[in-house]
Design a protein around this ligand. Structure first.
Ligand code: DC
Length: 231
């Protein structure tokens, strides 16, 4: 039964390191990986392309329900998945900071969230799933066996994001990134539906000043504690 398939949820604010931790954990466990933020990012990109206003809830929800998205593993740890929208590779378009801001605007809308829920749950397939997002543990996979809430200070998250974008030759200023991280935190934490917050049964991991390997060890020890062995 689907409910027996183990899920590890990794929720937290932008830039806390969820992406790299989720990707490494899924590869160690040989589990599927869901980057739920990418689904909101694609919704935002399509909305902008089709000139649908960001407050037009019903049309945006219809769009979200009809998205034809495929994730293709690349083998590149920097960008582990290509994201295809109806066959078109839109990975670069969704990774800009502006696309992140647009994503957080569509993510405020309850019907858009509902429209994407089924698609997100369809990623729960054997041998297991690592789900990266904001409400994976609180809304989408409430029965997940392990729930991690990964966080870090806004300054540290802005610095990490700056480096990530620079490495991809995407031009951006550190101060502008810090502003946009704060703006996005504010919107994600204060929205009425599925606000960003730890699930009651989540383990909180603060990665400020801690390297990726140490964070991964901590997460792996939580996974092992709950008897998850991997595929
Ligand atoms: O993780 P990310 O930066 O790719 O997410 C982009 C935006 O999507 C983020 O501002 C909040 C939103 N989001 C969400 O509301 N719920 C999720 N499960 C994942 C992302």
């Amino acid at each position: 039964m689907n409910a027996d398939i183990p899920v590890v949820t990794i929720d937290g604010p932008s830039g806390a390191g969820k992406g790299v931790i989720s990707q490494r954990l899924s590869s160690i466990l040989r589990f599927h990986l869901l980057d739920s933020g990418a689904l909101y990012r694609v919704t935002g990109v399509v909305a902008r392309r089709q000139k649908i206003p960001f407050d037009a809830e019903q049309p945006l929800a219809e769009l979200a329900k009809r998205l034809d998205i495929e994730f293709i593993p690349t083998g590149d740890p920097e960008e582990p998945m290509s994201v295809l929208l109806s066959g078109e590779d839109i990975t670069r378009d969704i990774r800009t900071d502006a696309a992140g801001v647009d994503a957080s605007k569509v993510a405020r809308l309850p019907l858009v969230r509902l429209g994407l829920r089924q698609l997100q749950r369809s990623f729960r397939r054997a041998p297991g799933l690592v789900a990266d997002g904001r409400d994976m543990g609180t809304v989408v996979f409430t029965t997940a066996r392990v729930k991690i809430f990964l966080t870090a200070s806004p300054e540290e998250r802005a610095k990490r994001r700056y480096k990530q974008l620079k490495d991809k030759d995407i031009d951006v200023s550190l101060l502008a990134l810090l502003d946009s991280i704060r703006e996005r935190d504010e919107r994600d934490m204060n929205r009425e539906v599925a606000p960003l917050k730890p699930a009651a049964d989540a383990v909180i991991v603060d990665s400020t000043g801690i390297g990726i390997d140490a964070v991964l060890d901590k997460v792996l020890s939580e996974v092992k504690k709950r008897g998850i062995k991997g595929g």
